[in-house]
Each structure stands twice: as C-alpha cells, then as structure tokens.
Design a protein around this ligand. Structure first.
Ligand code: NAP
Length: 351
C-alpha cells in the first residue's frame, strides 16, 4: 500500500490539507491520500469532486454509502477501513470529536498506524507541536496535537523577540488575540460587533495555556498570559504582544530578528485585508504558510527591555505547515526537513 495519509474532516483545515497533500504527494513521498467526509450534502458535492480530481480517495461512514451514491459520489473506503490502512491519520474535526475518535477508533489501530495528529481544539490529544518551535521534542510520539493558529503566532513571537540566542532571555509575555469572527469558508458564528472574552485561569485564555505547554515540551516554564476578543471581520486574526526580555535591546534589533527568522513574514502593511489579499495571488490556493506576519511599523522597544507590536495570523496556513511537517516527521524522521522544502514557495519573507 505504501504511505497512506488519511485526513478526517474537510472543513477549514481539512479541505486545504487534503488538497496540499494531493498536489505534493510525490515530493512528500506519500503514495495515497484518503479523506473522510462526514455529511452527505448536495452543497458540498463540488468540494468533494474537487478533492477527488486532485487525487484524493473518498471515505465515508458505512451507513452513509447510499447517501453519497445518491449524490453521484463513489466512496472508496469506509471510515474504519481507512483508519486501519493508514500510515498517518490527521484529525481535522471540530472541538471534542478528535478526542472521541481517539478513544473509539485510533487506540484500536495504534499498532498498525505510525501516528495520529489532531488540531488546535483537541487539548490532551497528544504532544503539542508547532514547526520550528519544538522539533527537538518530537521523538517517537504516536499522538501529536498541532497547536492552534494563534498559539503558533504567539510561540513564534516569543522565539523571535526573546529566544534567538538563548531561552533565558525571555522574562514574560502578555498577548491579546484579536480574532476574526469566522472564516470566509464558514457560514455561522459571525458576531455583529467586537465581543470580548473571559479569562479562564492564571494563563487567561487557551492561547497562553497552550503556548506554555508547547514550550514545556522543551523543559521551559514560561510566564505567559493571554486575552482574546472577536471583531466583526472575516480577514486575519491580529495579535498584540508585550514581551519583556533580560538583555538590553532596541527596535532596530527586534526588527532584524523578525526579518531573519525562518517561517516569519514581515510587512509594512497595516491592514489585514491587504495581507490576506496577497495570499490570494501568491499563496497555495490563496494561502501563505508562514507562521506569522509581523507588522514592522508597529514594533517598538520601551525602556530597552519591553518589546511591543502587532502581528497577523495566517490562520490555516501555519496549521497546515505544521501538519505537513509532522506528517513528514512520522514518515521520514531522518530527512523530513529536506522533504518539506517543497513548501518553501509558499513561505514568504515579505508580504
Ligand atoms: N478554522 C481555523 O482557522 C483553524 C485554524 C487552526 C486550527 N483549527 C483547528 O482545526 C480543527 C478543525 O477546525 P475547522 O475550523 O477546520 O472546522 P470546520 O470548518 O467546522 O470543519 C470540521 C470538519 O469536521 C467534520 N465533522 C463534523 N463532525 C464530525 C464528526 N462527528 N466526525 C467526523 N467528522 C466530523 C465536518 O464534516 P461535514 O462538513 O461533512 O459535516 C467538517 O468537514 C479544530 O481543532 C480547530 O481548532 C482551525
């Protein structure tokens, strides 16, 4: 059978991930891409046909085969068959379902499948991962959670501002995640005006909690706190950061750090729609895969030790980059870094 990557879910993350894996499967050393579609609905038929045309194989629940055939879509495997024959399973379902799938299906096949990934909402699924942040912590982990898009952004801001030379330089970080209301591919959840979020515990929202866990895989115990709010736009999330560092620094030095950090794009644009629109023309099916887009004119150093600024979150791009990197790490632990070079045309230095 060779290397089979099975993606569960075809939503905001699943759909582009299936497409990306299909388009680049030869360079990535993948023999087959299968994808599980949950609901048999007419409006999703063009999406499924598009993914089939790109080489994906359709997987559905045994009980729904008839429903899909009525839509003129021919399933290749049932849900459980696809998990059993997969080398890597990437769960891209909404909150809580990945954890249920782990208990119900994944544990049953863990001797056969090399590894399972889940996305941002599945706290507790497995080791937290963001490409370029904690690769050293990936061993032979069977279960990996790709952290959420804003967690990626915060993690990379911390690394770029404070940890390029040594993790000891980081003192503390405060973050406000200014989130877009919903994705352009989603039809529900829109808010009519800015909506502020509550603080759950000592870390505030899940973003700082998750970034703490992410860095803790490297043995670090970071002083981080986050707040979150939603604004009535469908474009990119923005993060405001305030990071304290031990070593004296300057605005120029921090700007240089952002310019030189791999997987980070910088911009002089102050409007999220302009950054988003760049992706439509130059990204992979409209997406840039950078982990963050730092807004250079907003970077400012106060009192030589406090760094403030804004960056935009490429919301599905950074999760896609880490998902593909984690898949390749499971398939090719020795040379996964070389293999993911195929994604470099979609990693921009400047937007
Ligand atoms: N949206 C983002 O920008 C973003 C960014 C980073 C990470 N994430 C994370 O990615 C994950 C997925 O989020 P999303 O935004 O892609 O969700 P989404 O757009 O709502 O898509 C969810 C997908 O899961 C399928 N699904 C629903 N219920 C299911 C079930 N019981 N069993 C199997 N499949 C089921 C849906 O299939 P049908 O449509 O066929 O019913 C749909 O394809 C979450 O962990 C989220 O935190 C999202």
């Amino acid at each position: 059978m060779g290397n089979v990557v099975h993606v569960v879910g075809t939503g905001t993350i699943g759909e582009p991930l299936v497409g990306l894996l299909c388009d680049m499967k030869h360079q990535l050393g993948i023999d087959e891409v299968t994808f599980y579609k949950h609901s048999a609905v007419l409006t999703d038929r063009p999406k499924v046909k598009g993914l089939l045309n790109r080489g994906g194989k359709l997987v559905v629940d045994k009980e729904k085969i008839k429903d899909f055939r009525e839509l003129d879509l021919e399933p290749e495997y049932t849900a459980e068959e696809a998990i059993e024959r997969a080398t890597v399973v990437v769960d891209c379902t909404p909150k809580g379902i990945g954890l249920q799938n782990k208990e119900k299906f994944y544990k049953k096949y863990e001797d056969k499948v090399t590894g399972f990934l889940a996305q941002g909402s599945e706290f507790g699924f497995g080791k937290m991962y963001a490409a370029g942040i904690n690769d050293d912590a990936l061993n032979s982990d069977k279960y990996i959670q790709i952290v959420s898009c804003n967690t990626h952004n915060i993690a990379v801001a911390i690394k770029t501002v404070a940890m390029r030379q040594s993790a000891d330089n980081f003192v503390s970080g405060r973050f406000v995640c200014i989130r877009r209301t919903n994705d352009i591919s989603q039809s529900s959840g829109f808010v009519p005006s800015p909506e502020v979020g509550v603080h759950n515990d000592e870390r505030g929202t899940h973003h700082a909690r998750d970034v703490w866990h992410l860095y803790n895989t490297l043995g670090l115990d970071l002083d981080v706190f986050s707040s979150a709010m939603k604004v009535n736009t469908q474009y990119m999330h923005a993060i405001w950061f305030d990071i304290a560092v031990k070593k004296e620094t300057s605005t120029e030095e921090i700007i240089d750090n952002f310019i030189n950090e791999p997987r980070v794009a910088v911009t002089n644009k102050k409007l999220a729609n302009l950054v988003f629109s760049f992706g439509r023309d130059h990204g992979h099916y409209g997406r840039i895969l950078n982990q963050t887009v730092a807004v250079l004119p907003t970077i400012f150093v106060r009192n030589k030790h406090e760094v403030v600024g804004f960056c935009f979150t490429p919301q599905d791009g950074n999760s896609l980059l880490s998902s593909v990197t984690a898949v390749e790490h499971l398939l090719y632990p020795e040379d996964y870094r070389e293999r993911i070079e195929v994604l470099s045309p979609f990693l921009f230095d400047e937007v």
